[in-house]
Design a protein around this ligand. Structure first.
Ligand code: ZN
Length: 298
């Protein structure tokens, strides 16, 4: 599929990331899989929904030394289908722009590598062995196809593909930061990475970020309709597509309930969950702000 020729990629995912994002991947723990996206106790509900903002004082306010950089590596593309795509990513310096912005914002203990390439699988992943974030061109093509399958025009599907990949990139960045900073994760790391992406996109990237989370939610919803609740999917460390869909909507709604009221009024997110979303989003933001503070450059 020749996606590059459809439209300039200048607004693609990686160019807008400004702050922070075995292999930790985005879709399934089984990377070759292509077609595969807790309710608090009652007494805690009101506490989460109504509690005052917690302190944003950092866990460890001591600034850490900057001994690494985000470094772009352009790997050879093996599939002719993605060569034009690759040429455009290189010429538009999308990865380089993302790396530059990340390096201005965050210290690193070691170098972390940013890659796009064809992977022969639909995926994106962080590999702690070589400290690399990889976005596979196949995943971008996959997003394009599923948005097209949902009836979007070519142009709209292309735009939503870019938005969804932005969510994915910051999800993988979340894995990288958890690994490199040795951040505590008291729960499911995949969910923590999703909430990192929601935080960065909704809190730091404005309208572009909101579109990214909406696009990810759409992708989860479309894929959930495929109804693959096999044992493998149920056992996967990722939450089910349906859960990631509702969690994404909850983060969007919680980031600004008035602005995103149609999520509840339209019946997309049950009110019983929605009442807690402002508190959930605030907790995600406060947690990530606190964890990243020692590494944030002045
Ligand atoms: Zn992941």
């Amino acid at each position: 599929m020749n996606l590059v020729s459809r439209k300039n990629l200048a607004n693609m995912t990686l160019s807008v990331v400004i702050l922070f994002a075995g292999s930790a991947c985005f879709w399934s723990s089984e990377r070759s899989s292509v077609d595969d996206p807790a309710e608090p106790a009652e007494e805690n509900v009101n506490a989460i929904a109504t509690n005052q903002p917690r302190s944003t004082q950092p866990v460890n306010p001591a600034k850490r030394r900057d001994e690494g950089d985000f470094i772009v590596q352009h790997l050879d593309v093996t599939s002719p289908a993605y060569q034009e795509f690759d040429r455009h990513v290189r010429s538009s310096r999308l990865l380089e722009d993302a790396a530059e912005k990340l390096n201005r914002s965050l210290s690193l203990p070691r170098d972390v590598f940013l890659r796009t390439k064809d992977c022969k699988e639909v995926n994106a992943f962080y590999d702690p062995n070589d400290r690399s974030i990889t976005i596979c061109y196949e995943l971008m093509g996959h997003f394009y196809r599923i948005f097209k399958s949902a009836g979007e025009s070519d142009e709209k599907a292309y735009d939503k593909m870019n938005d969804a990949v932005r969510f994915v990139f910051v999800h993988e960045l979340g894995h990288a930061l958890i690994d490199q900073y040795k951040l505590p994760v008291a729960g499911n790391e995949e969910d923590a990475a999703d909430r990192c992406s929601a935080y960065v996109n909704l809190k730091e990237l404005g309208e572009d970020g909101a579109r990214a989370v909406y696009a990810a939610a759409d992708a989860f919803a479309i894929e959930s309709k495929q109804g693959d609740n096999s044992k493998r999917n149920l056992a996967d460390e990722h939450l089910l597509r349906e859960q990631r869909f509702y969690n994404s909507l909850c983060m969007i709604y919680g980031s600004d309930p008035e602005k995103h009221s149609r999520i509840v009024e339209g019946g997309y997110l049950p009110k019983e969950r929605a009442v807690r979303c402002e508190g959930e989003f605030r907790r995600a933001v406060e947690s990530w702000v606190s964890l990243l503070e020692p590494w944030r450059k002045a």
